[in-house]
Design a protein around this ligand. Sequence first.
Ligand code: HEC
Length: 138
Amino acid sequence: MTRAELLACLSPLALAAGCDGVTSPPPDAGPALDVEDKTDVVIPERVTWSVVQPVYLRNCGGCHGGQSRGGTDFAIDYDDAVAESDSCPPDHLLRPLRVAQCAVERVDAGTMPPNGVQVSEADAEIMRRFLSSGLDPE
Ligand code: HEC
């Protein structure tokens, strides 16, 4: 997904615009909206533990916030978030992965959360940026 498409998906217009990255506007749609100026979702480039943790808690805390489903409470415990993943995916060739890496893979694969609830693109991006920010414990 390009940066522009991602921003489009983060905007309040996303539902109307469609977010599959394939849809193009109909020919009579007029000039493209400048979504970058209109979006009120700002994701910091650098995502540390204190930024990602509430996002984990909101999306995953019902099972990983002290209930230890799958043996991990990464939504409340940094050490669990950076621990070696047991399950990601079971046949992964590059094991070990950290649980935080596994979280991104499973959100992208649609296997977490397992109850059919979707993680928003903005929250998924925050989870990805925690990885690219080096799992910063701050
Ligand atoms: C309804 C309960 C539930 C919710 C909500 C949930 N999980 Fe899970 N999760 C589980 C269970 C049960 C397992 C163990 C079985 C499995 O791996 O599928 C698990 C396992 C995992 C693992 C594997 C842990 C390891 O050691 O590799 C990861 C990663 C994970 N979940 C990420 C997430 C993320 C990210 C979210 C939120 C976006 C989330 N889960 C939400 C129930 C849940």
